[in-house]
Design a protein around this ligand. Structure first.
Ligand SMILES: Nc1ncnc2c1ncn2[C@@H]1O[C@H](COP(=O)(O)OP(=O)(O)OP(=O)(O)O)[C@@H](O)[C@H]1O
Ligand SMILES: Nc1ncnc2c1ncn2[C@@H]1O[C@H](COP(=O)(O)OP(=O)(O)OP(=O)(O)O)[C@@H](O)[C@H]1O
Lengths: 223, 223
């Protein structure tokens, strides 16, 4: 059974620790701030107050035994780097860290962090894309060139089957899912990779996969 | 041509303004902090220093004319709420806002914000999922029940075509894309919804779509 350590229980760290806990994982969460530690006490296996730049404190808390450590210290870049170094000294195999500037991220990579995360920037890019496509409900980037966009079903699609719509030859898009409410106010049901016989209904939300250009063309069609 | 206003140029706001600018959008970015304004001056149409709780200052900066306003003020919840109210008074149609606590988010919704974003929490949940599936490279939630996971191609799949693998009947999964390097160190090419004849190669990364349970079962298979 794998064990996770989360160092720094700010907005990102606390959400990480809680999410891992909800996924049934064993989590040790640490922070110098007593209030933040207390807030997490019921949500995770262990919540401990300590200064994470202090190697002995980390060791006493058992952090040398975790399989994955997540370092989420933002404002104080120097502390973030020191903590990563301490964890490496302790022999933690996999370290994931939040970075607040590109330079901070580069240094973390040089120190052996296997994955650097920029939560605010990454979310901002995602939201910016969905705002720039005014008819999109959401936008998820799969890679530099391809994304999934969620849009309300265009009028022209309603009442037609996927077979009739010929989305791939005509628009270069793949329908990944249809989200539908069986009745207003009812729960939203997601139908993943629906069959060719599926008919689009009024009010459906379509998750479409394609290149950035194709999705932008689609959005223009929706006006 | 649509115009965007971004109020608050912290990590999230600055990244929003820059991303919108890179998407060719017309952006007015404002912040009380002169340094933050200066940093954005080359990246966006207009970068103005002002106190966003001051309606006359917002008006002088032209914010009543934007189609979409993004409010990204975190630490000071009261300021965040005041700024949203000012924008509503100015008649801005669509307001998107970052929230730092669930209660902050609820109040923003009551004030007419059409979309509330929790950047740190949403990224943390995404990263937590991909960490909890140890063999996953990335995890993207499409809805509560369905996600896309990127995994290295399992040994058992290499050399087989999609037709032979029968991913849907056997594993309940859909192959959304194959990411492949034609030669080591070469560029990664993403092949979206590959044809049934496509053969899996050593080193391929597979983007698979399915329910959370099925993706977890797959991950266990990969050990
Ligand atoms: N040396 C340290 N030892 C333990 N905890 C620390 C240390 N330095 C900072 N922290 C904790 O890390 C947490 C996050 O730090 P900080 O607020 O600087 O980052 P942030 O990036 O702004 O966070 P957020 O995730 O909220 O955006 C804080 O709760 C702080 O108490
Ligand atoms: N009344 C105001 N008028 C203009 N700008 C403001 C006002 N209040 C706060 N700001 C600006 O908003 C920005 C973001 O605020 P703050 O740092 O509190 O939020 P945050 O959520 O911690 O940001 P981040 O996006 O970096 O995580 C800061 O640059 C700050 O100067």
């Amino acid at each position: 059974r794998r064990q996770f350590g989360v160092i720094g229980l700010g907005r990102f760290g606390a959400a990480m620790a809680t999410a891992l806990g909800e996924l049934g994982q064993d989590v040790i969460g640490v922070d110098g701030d007593e209030d933040k530690v207390r807030e997490l006490a019921d949500a995770i296996s262990q919540a401990i107050q300590l200064d994470a730049t202090d190697e002995r404190a980390l060791r006493a808390a058992g952090l040398q035994d975790v399989d994955v450590a997540v370092v989420s210290i933002g404002e104080n870049i120097e502390s973030s780097l020191l903590v990563v170094m301490q964890l490496r000294e302790l022999g933690v195999k996999t370290i994931v860290a939040k970075a607040v500037t590109p330079l901070h991220g580069k240094i973390l990579e040089k120190l052996g962090v296997s994955r650097v995360i920029f939560p605010e920037r990454e979310m901002a890019v995602r939201v910016a894309h969905s705002l720039a496509l005014p008819n999109a409900i959401d936008y998820i980037e799969l890679s530099k060139d391809f994304s999934i966009v969620e849009v309300p079903a265009p009028e022209a699609f309603v009442g037609k089957t996927l077979k009739q719509l010929e989305l791939r030859p005509r628009y270069g898009l793949t329908l990944v899912a249809i989200k539908r409410q069986s009745h207003p106010g009812g729960p939203v049901v997601t139908n993943i990779t629906p069959s060719a016989e599926e008919m689009i209904k009024e009010g459906d939300v379509l998750a479409l996969l394609g290149s950035t250009e194709r999705l932008t063309e689609l959005d223009a069609l929706l006006k």
